[in-house]
Ligand binder design. Structure first.
Ligand code: TXA
Ligand code: MG
Length: 323
């Protein structure tokens, strides 16, 4: 098997068509936005989202911003409020990300929001980003297109240098105008709260919102589980590295589970032992296991390598949350 080398395509009708089809197939596309370059995937496709985490090589699942071309569609994904409408009218398309409560039947991947009950959404201004999202005809989840722990890319070349073959398709839309990641504003706190500073400043937000708080989390700093944004944790205890399940437990297995015993119910994260598939299934399967009639969730060991690191990080937080 040959490893694909990153290909940088100038933005034109042909490359956008290819990129849109690539997104629809559940593969990744790096694309320009006015803030920084993003590494995009279909936000409704769990496996595509798992590929983003794999490509960035991050040992944690961090929630990812969902990009749309038009704000209207967001009413299907999140609790869209008057406040959100006002901000969208004023600042979109542009470098402002809004964090809003997820709708119960939102089609957005649970993995994209890392199991949170909120979703971060943004309508980018860059014409190439807008064309790509419109043509792909799906919401596009995209973190900055750099390897974990490195600087955000503001040119196509930076993406290729940072991600190498993990980003085989890069659309070049020139240097990013803003050059700094978007402002992240939570509207799901009681008072609107800035979670990350960016080009839309607190001075620009207060005239529209009144009081605005700041609660900055440094997303590069190691987080203790207690400090983490309120991540979804199952209501019943989680037991890790389980080789058998009791008859009162849900048993979340991985790989070949023909010879393992027990479990009131059993769900396999990936019968083939595929970590991308396991990551894609993790949050929805944890929810399935989280039943009040059961006493806990037993989880088989997951290899601590590649995406397994992020899966194990998430599982150990869930295990600590309810002991
Ligand atoms: O300008 C940008 O925002 C770029 C371009 C590509 O749009 N994207 C970007 O994504 O910087 P990323 O993943 O590198 O940063 C996303 C930030 C992180 O700090 C993450 O914690 C926060 O947004 N975030 C995402 N979803 C969230 C949520 N549901 N609640 C709170 N914070 C969230
Ligand atoms: Mg980033």
């Amino acid at each position: 098997m040959t490893t694909p080398t990153p290909q940088i395509y100038p933005a034109n009708a042909e490359s956008l068509d290819l990129a849109a089809k690539t997104l629809q197939k559940g593969q990744l596309v790096a694309f320009p936005t006015e803030t920084v370059y993003g590494l995009g995937a279909d936000a409704t496709n769990d496996e595509a989202i798992a590929r983003i985490y794999e490509a960035k090589g991050r040992p944690q699942f961090n929630p990812i911003i969902v990009h749309v071309a038009q704000a209207e569609i967001l009413k299907d994904y999140v609790e869209w409020t008057d406040q959100a409408e006002k901000l969208a009218d004023h600042f979109w398309p542009g470098p402002l990300t809004l964090v809003l409560p997820r709708l119960q039947n939102s089609p957005i991947s649970l993995l994209a929001s890392a199991g949170l009950d909120t979703i971060a959404v943004r309508c980018p201004a860059h014409p190439v980003a807008r064309d790509l999202i419109s043509q792909a005809n799906c919401p596009v989840a995209a973190p900055s297109a750099n390897a974990s722990g490195t600087l955000s890319p503001t040119a196509a070349r930076h993406v290729a240098d940072s991600l190498g073959s993990a980003a085989p398709l890069i659309i070049d839309g020139g240097p990013s105008e803003v050059g700094l990641e978007s402002t992240v504003l939570s509207l799901s706190h009681k008072v609107p709260t800035i979670l990350r500073h960016g080009a839309v400043t607190i001075e620009m937000l207060t005239p529209l919102l009144g009081t605005v708080h700041q609660s900055l989390h440094d997303d590069t700093a190691p987080k203790s589980p207690g400090m983490l944004l309120s991540h979804y944790a199952p209501n019943i205890p989680v037991r890790l590295n389980a080789l058998t399940g009791t008859d009162k437990e849900a048993f979340l297995t991985f790989g070949d589970d023909n010879d393992v015993q027990g479990g009131a119910m059993r769900i396999n994260l990936s019968a083939n032992g595929d970590l991308i598939e396991a990551a894609a299934n993790l949050f929805s399967m944890m929810r399935e296991c989280d039943q009040p009639s059961l006493e806990g969730i037993a989880v088989m060991p997951i290899p601590d390598e590649g995406l397994g690191l992020a899966i194990n990080d998430r599982l150990s937080r869930a295990a600590i949350a309810k002991k």
